[in-house]
Design a protein around this ligand. Sequence first.
Ligand SMILES: Cc1ncc(COP(=O)(O)O)c(C=O)c1O
Length: 350
Amino acid sequence: MKAPKYKWQPTTAEIAAAAGISPEDVERFDHNTSPFATEWATAVAETALHRVNEYPGANYRSLREAAAELSGLEPEQIVPGAGADELILLGARAFLNRGDTAVATTPTYPLYEIATLQVGAVFQPVPASPPSFDFPADDVIRAARDADLVWICAPSNPIGNAVADEAVDAVIAATDGLVVIDAAYAEFADTDWSSRVGRNHNVIVLRTLSKAFGIAGARVGYAMAHPDLVAAIDGIRPPGSISSVSVELGLAALAQPDRMTGTVRSVVELRDELAAGLAALGFRTLPSLTNFVLCEVGGHAHRLSEQLMGEGLVVRKFPADGPLADYLRFTVRSRKAQTRLLTTLERYLP
Ligand SMILES: Cc1ncc(COP(=O)(O)O)c(C=O)c1O
């Protein structure tokens, strides 16, 4: 079977050209990135650029130490990657063999299935049910018993809901396979799965600096796991996938956890405003512990997303044959951008 390929979104330049507007007027509500610009990064990047003739130090020791300090772990329990995405792909390569089974609730982050199928393993979906799409703990535990790997997205993308600690612990206890907890949005939910790493040999927790830390363009993430699992990923990772400039940006971001928590507070405030605005338009919004809001819009969801795209407002739609066909997902943006979204939406409502 040929592995599925990632479906790339149109670029901001392409959307601007199609809408006949300037790229600065395109607002991306589809990427779950931070709405805040990163002026602080300019000086950091400029200094790093003076030595860009050299490769980054191949073992990324400084990043391991910084991430370990923040998580209360040892550097030997950390492996950095070019975003959580690279670590998802490396995790599948390191721990799944052809014919193995990997389980995940659906709908979920699409890369788990792609990474699983790319290494010739079988992806076993465990559907979460509407209208809440709560984590189907009993079904996951049942599937986990025979699985080689379980992907858990906590809090979940694209739903935005939490996965209860007890449910995660029960899955870990039920399986002899590996449990990968993708905690890309953990900071917004004030959760931290790092304690699961010290206690278990079969757990990998993924973190990213793309969301709460706000440097998606730098491509920095890290995995936390038992040193044996870290060594397995280290053994197959590309030697220099995080650029030396990104290493410095990552270190500067990790050195300022207070800036991150301040950002999270602002994002949560804006998220609640966005959810209230969407609800006022008559959409059912799902409770979110992340930096985005999932909404049940109705049968015109796809048409609405095209109309918004024509105005330079890019939102996330979902496959027409899937459980979220009638839903749209909106990332938190600036107050001004959110107001523009809500007034434009109002104009297009039937
Ligand atoms: C659940 C989840 N995991 C991983 C990622 C990718 O993170 P990174 O930018 O660190 O590759 C995303 C980005 O949207 C995500 O939603």
